[in-house]
Design a protein around this ligand. Structure first.
Ligand code: HEC
Ligand code: HEC
Ligand code: HEC
Ligand code: HEC
Ligand code: HEC
Ligand code: HEC
Length: 350
């Protein structure tokens, strides 16, 4: 009978055409993540933890539990290698944390842990960042790296926010408190490979949300830091829209100028829009960073350590982020130029 039911469920799953909902914006079945006695059929549910796990989880840490479903499916968050990663979803893959070196520059080393958020998941050999002990920007009481995991950002018990991100209130069983609300955004399917025509539509609030842990990194009124959560203004929006790469710096038009590698916040954005910014669109943390990790140091959406795109992936041997503006006439410069156009002198080269 049980087999029959499972079969029926399987058929429904196939006929339904969409992935089965698990969290469904609410709390999923407890037993998918918790075990009451660490025992089923008189066998240990987690054989590696004979004395059980904190919060009665089925695996050693929250992140190990999440990765049991999300590593190779549902976002492919930890599969492949740093050279051959899975197709990249919006947040980027944690696999880059396992790289040896991400530096494409001439000297020095950016070890894998600089690829992004070093989540603690011993079952996947992922340990806390041993160099950066607290969230940079947040001061002495900033979020501790030793407790960073999937459930530091996503509510394991579900909610209706974008990607079930936490809003204002206590997180992680009271370990820390968020003071800024969840960002407003619209996501594509968690499995979709993102690009210029299918991508997250960021509406508002991302910089403040990241600031829950990163303090006033976004606040250039109190610190000399790059603005985040601030309007672009007409001049910069105009540059963004005209900029079509180092080889074509003024040939772009607003209707097609959107670049998934350099997104901005705008309430009018949709997940399939290719339209560039207006003066009131905002630069924000995810203009330059991925939320999980990337094959560039500091979770860059593009590599901050290269001068020209032909250097990408060469020295480090990690996955080369594809050049969005391939052009035989000009080696693409940093994507900071999408808004600032400081590569203007490259056009004068023979
Ligand atoms: C038993 C398998 C399973 C486990 C364990 C699991 N997930 Fe999921 N997760 C899914 C499935 C299936 C989906 C897609 C459908 C849905 O949203 O329910 C999903 C979707 C998601 C999404 C995307 C939701 C959206 O807005 O589209 C996030 C974020 C997520 N999971 C986070 C987590 C976190 C964090 C954990 C650990 C606390 C976790 N998941 C544990 C199966 C799982
Ligand atoms: C997707 C995985 C997942 C599911 C499903 C889930 N939990 Fe949890 N739960 C966690 C994680 C992870 C923690 C550890 C605290 C944290 O990281 O936020 C936790 C902690 C708890 C705690 C202790 C801390 C707290 O937040 O109160 C209780 C109680 C709890 N869960 C009850 C439940 C119940 C009851 C259900 C089913 C209705 C459930 N959980 C379903 C992942 C899950
Ligand atoms: C729950 C707290 C928390 C939130 C929310 C958070 N971070 Fe972090 N972040 C950390 C901690 C802790 C570190 C230091 C440890 C590490 O590097 O993994 C860190 C490190 C980083 C790094 C440096 C990575 C490296 O290794 O060089 C970047 C970049 C970053 N965060 C960007 C962001 C962005 C962008 C957001 C919002 C989308 C965000 N963070 C949200 C806690 C957080
Ligand atoms: C520092 C905060 C942070 C941590 C830690 C984190 N996430 Fe996310 N996650 C986000 C944000 C923000 C997004 C939305 C990114 C976007 O659309 O640009 C996201 C998106 C997702 C998605 C949607 C698909 C995608 O990749 O865009 C899934 C699934 C997901 N996270 C699961 C996880 C799992 C599983 C873990 C732990 C292994 C985890 N997250 C750890 C912040 C975090
Ligand atoms: C204009 C692009 C840009 C924006 C916007 C941006 N960053 Fe960064 N971020 C960088 C670059 C480039 C680095 C490399 C180090 C540096 O230049 O200071 C970096 C480094 C970091 C680091 C690592 C710092 C360390 O001490 O290792 C963190 C954390 C970080 N950013 C978080 C954020 C957060 C949070 C936001 C939004 C509030 C944000 N960034 C907005 C480009 C940006
Ligand atoms: C999405 C557009 C955008 C991108 C991409 C971007 N910036 Fe900016 N940048 C801005 C805006 C908006 C300002 C504020 C301009 C103003 O107030 O006049 C700014 C200001 C600056 C300033 C001047 C700060 C000051 O206080 O005078 C510097 C320097 C700068 N950006 C460097 C960078 C670098 C380096 C990168 C790449 C890592 C980058 N920007 C990427 C939009 C962007």
């Amino acid at each position: 009978m049980r087999k029959l039911l499972l079969l029926a469920a399987g058929v429904l799953f196939v006929l339904g055409g969409t992935a089965y909902a698990f969290h469904d914006e609410g709390v999923a079945r407890c037993a998918a993540c918790h075990t009451m006695h660490n025992s089923q059929n008189n066998t240990l549910v987690d054989p590696n933890s004979p004395n059980g796990n904190p919060w009665l989880l089925k695996d050693a840490t929250p992140s190990d539990v999440c990765l049991s479903c999300h590593a190779v499916t549902h976002g492919n968050e930890f599969t492949g290698t740093p050279l051959t990663p899975p197709p990249q979803t919006a947040a980027g893959s944690f696999i880059f944390l396992t790289a040896t070196n991400l530096n494409e520059g001439r000297s020095g080393s950016y070890p894998g842990y600089t690829a992004g958020h070093s989540i603690v998941a011993p079952g996947y050999a992922l340990a806390a960042d041993g160099t950066v002990l607290n969230a940079p920007g947040g001061g002495a009481n900033a979020f501790p790296s030793s407790d960073l995991g999937c459930s530091s950002c996503h509510d394991p018990h579900g909610n209706t926010n974008f990607r079930m991100l936490y809003g204002v209130g206590a997180i992680q069983d009271g370990l820390f408190t968020f003071t800024n609300p969840a960002p407003i955004a619209e996501g594509v399917s968690y499995n979709d490979t993102v690009g210029n025509t299918i991508h997250t539509a960021y509406h508002s609030g991302m910089s403040g949300w990241c600031g829950n842990c990163h303090g006033d990194f976004h606040n250039n009124n109190t610190k000399l830091v790059h603005p985040s959560g601030q309007a672009l203004g007409g001049t910069i929006a105009g540059i963004y829209n005209r900029y079509n790469g180092t080889g074509d710096q003024t040939g772009g038009v607003q209707a097609t100028s959107f670049l998934e590698l350099v997104p901005f916040e705008d309430p009018a954005m949709t997940t399939t829009s290719t339209t560039g910014p207006t003066a009131s669109s905002q630069v924000m943390c995810l203009t330059c960073h991925r939320a999980h990790a990337s094959s560039a140091a500091d979770a860059g959406r593009w590599d901050f350590t290269i001068s020209v795109w032909s250097e990408e992936g060469v020295r480090s041997g990690t996955y080369a982020i594809p050049n969005p503006y391939p052009n035989p006439l000009a080696d693409q410069r940093s994507l900071c130029n999408k808004c600032h156009n400081k590569d203007v002198n490259d056009l004068l080269l023979p």
